[in-house]
Design a protein around this ligand. Structure first.
Ligand SMILES: [Zn+2]
Length: 261
C-alpha cells in the first residue's frame, strides 16, 4: 500500500483552501505530494517560485544554486533577509522552505549545472523551472529537458519586462527552436548594469510556479506554444504564439531518443 497517497489530518487542514477548489480534492493534492520539481537558480524568479511550490505541497523540491546571498539581491530575491548576506543560498532556501512546510523534502544542490552533471540532475525530476540568468546553463537545461522529455518552464526579466513560456513539451518549441544561434559573448544584457524592476521577477516566478503545478496536476498547460510578455511599466500582458522549428537539431535528437527508449 502506498502511504504517500493518503493525506494526514494536518495536511488536510494545511491544504484546505486547495481541497475545496473545483476539480481539486485529495487525489489532486496527492499528485502534488508525489511530484518532484527542480528549480535552477534561487534568485529573483526562483524565490517566489520556490515559496509557492513548498506552500502548495510539492513533495520534493530540488534547488540548484552555487551563489551566496549578496546585499544587492535583497531588492527582489524575497527568500532572503539582510542577516543572511554571505550565506550560501541553498542553505538559506532549505531552512526557509522547511520552516514553511516540513512535509516537503528539499534537495539543496550547491553546484553549477554543467555538461557533465546536467543529465543526472534533470532526469530524476518531473520538470525544471528556469531561474537562471546564464544563457549557457539555459541551453544545457533545455537540451537535457528535451532529451528526457521534461517540461522546461522558462522565465526571464529585463528592466520592466518579463517573459515566460513552457518549453520542451509536445506541440511546442524548445529553447533552441527559439534561439538557434548562441548569442556572442558580451551581447547579453547584464542585470547589474541594465537593472531589474523587482516586482516583475515576482510576477514571472509566480507564473512559472503556477504552470509547474498545473502540469503536475494534469491541468491543460496554457503556456505550451505561447510566450507571455509582461510590460510592467504600461501594465500590459501579451500572449504570442510560438511554433517548433522543424529544423531544430535539439528537437530532432530528442525525437530520435524518444523512439529508442
Ligand atoms: Zn527545438
Amino acid at each position: 500500500m502506498d502511504h504517500t497517497r493518503k493525506l494526514s489530518q494536518s495536511e488536510l487542514l494545511r491544504y484546505s483552501r486547495h481541497l475545496v477548489l473545483p476539480g481539486w480534492g485529495e487525489e489532486i493534492q496527492g499528485r502534488l505530494k508525489r511530484s518532484r520539481m527542480l528549480v535552477v537558480g534561487a534568485g529573483g524568479l526562483g524565490s517566489p517560485a520556490l515559496l509557492y511550490l513548498a506552500a502548495a505541497g510539492v513533495g520534493t523540491i530540488a534547488v540548484a544554486d552555487y551563489d551566496a546571498v549578496d546585499i544587492s539581491n535583497l531588492q527582489r530575491q524575497i527568500l532572503y533577509s539582510a542577516a543572511q548576506v554571505g550565506t550560501a543560498k541553498v542553505t538559506v532556501v532549505a531552512q526557509r522552505l522547511s520552516d514553511l512546510n516540513d512535509t516537503v523534502q528539499i534537495v539543496p544542490l550547491a553546484q553549477k549545472v554543467s555538461q557533465e552533471n546536467v543529465s543526472n540532475i534533470v532526469s530524476s525530476y518531473d520538470l525544471v523551472i528556469d531561474g537562471t540568468d546564464n544563457i549557457d546553463t539555459r541551453y544545457l537545461l533545455n537540451d537535457a529537458c528535451v532529451r528526457w522529455q521534461k517540461p522546461f518552464i522558462y522565465g526571464a526579466v529585463f528592466r520592466f519586462e518579463g517573459l515566460t513560456t513552457v518549453l520542451a513539451c509536445a506541440g511546442g518549441p524548445c529553447f533552441n527552436c527559439l534561439y538557434p544561434d548562441v548569442p556572442p559573448p558580451g551581447t547579453i544584457p547584464d542585470p547589474a548594469t541594465t537593472g531589474v524592476f523587482g516586482p516583475v521577477a515576482g510576477t514571472i516566478g509566480t507564473i512559472q510556479a503556477t504552470e509547474a503545478i498545473k502540469l503536475v496536476i494534469g491541468q491543460e498547460c496554457s503556456l505550451v506554444g505561447k510566450l507571455l510578455v509582461y510590460d510592467a511599466l504600461h501594465m500590459q500582458f501579451e500572449l504570442l504564439t510560438l511554433k517548433p522549428n522543424a529544423a531544430c537539431p535539439t528537437c530532432a535528437a530528442g525525437q530520435q531518443q524518444g523512439r529508442q527508449s
